[in-house]
Design a protein around this ligand. Structure first.
Ligand code: GRF
Length: 219
């Protein structure tokens, strides 16, 4: 059994998708804990309702990034995880912290990396005029939003979109993509080689959002 620790800062819908898939698909894994960077993170309630241990490492209680990351690492390590998942975790991590979990920490980022790292990715996509947007699951390295990509999901940008409608379309794809990628890790099927990650035996490392409901641009 692989042990997972999931870090959240808010809603936690990606965490919930992973927890549900782990149970439903009987992964050889257990979500050992959900740790939040803020006490009001809504996802803590779902985790507790599933009998998962929860903890809060409140970033406002620490004078700097180093102190916060040290406290967070101590909390994570108390659960001895095989894999750490960032799921809407809104803190930038120090290089020391990232190195500690090298090769065993994944993140989901709401864009088709390397386009649109950082924040407000949906508005960035609208402003750039791209017609495809999406999400990426990647190994975390000290270069923000630039680690080896495990899987990507693409969704269309439609004529009437604003950041909220686009975010909702991407989020629905994230909920399929992240559990799929985490499952591959848990099954020992991921082999990073530089910035490329192979899955063995092979499976598509991409998905396209269902567009069957498409009713025409501007509809
Ligand atoms: C997701 O869009 C994720 O990709 C990004 O922040 C959002 C978190 O949503 N990093 P949730 O907390 O998983 O619902």
């Amino acid at each position: 059994m692989k042990k997972l620790v999931i870090l959240i800062s808010g809603r936690g819908s990606n965490m919930e998708a992973v927890v549900r898939a782990c149970a439903r698909e009987r992964w050889p894994a257990q979500v050992a804990a959900v740790i939040a960077s803020r006490p009001d993170a809504a996802g803590l309630g779902f985790a507790a309702s599933q009998g998962i241990a929860t903890a809060v490492v409140d970033h406002r209680q620490y004078p700097d990034r180093e102190a916060f990351d040290a406290a967070l690492a101590a909390q994570i390590d108390s659960f001895a995880p095989d894999l750490v998942l960032l799921a809407g975790f809104m803190r930038v991590l120090t290089a020391g912290f990232v190195d500690r979990y090298a090769g065993r920490m994944l993140n989901i980022h709401p864009s088709l990396l390397p386009s649109f790292p950082g924040l407000k990715t949906h508005q960035q996509a609208l402003d750039a005029g791209v017609r495809l947007h999406g999400a990426s699951v990647h190994f975390v390295t000290s270069q923000l939003d630039h680690g080896p990509i495990v899987a990507q999901a693409a969704v269309p940008v439609l004529a009437g979109d604003d950041a909220a409608t686009l975010a909702a379309r991407v989020l629905a794809a994230e909920h399929i993509l992240y559990p799929r990628a985490v499952r591959w890790f848990v099954e020992g099927r991921l082999a990073p080689d530089g910035l490329r990650v192979a899955v063995t035996p092979p499976e598509p490392q991409w998905l396209f959002a269902e567009t069957t409901s498409y009713a025409g641009e501007g509809a």
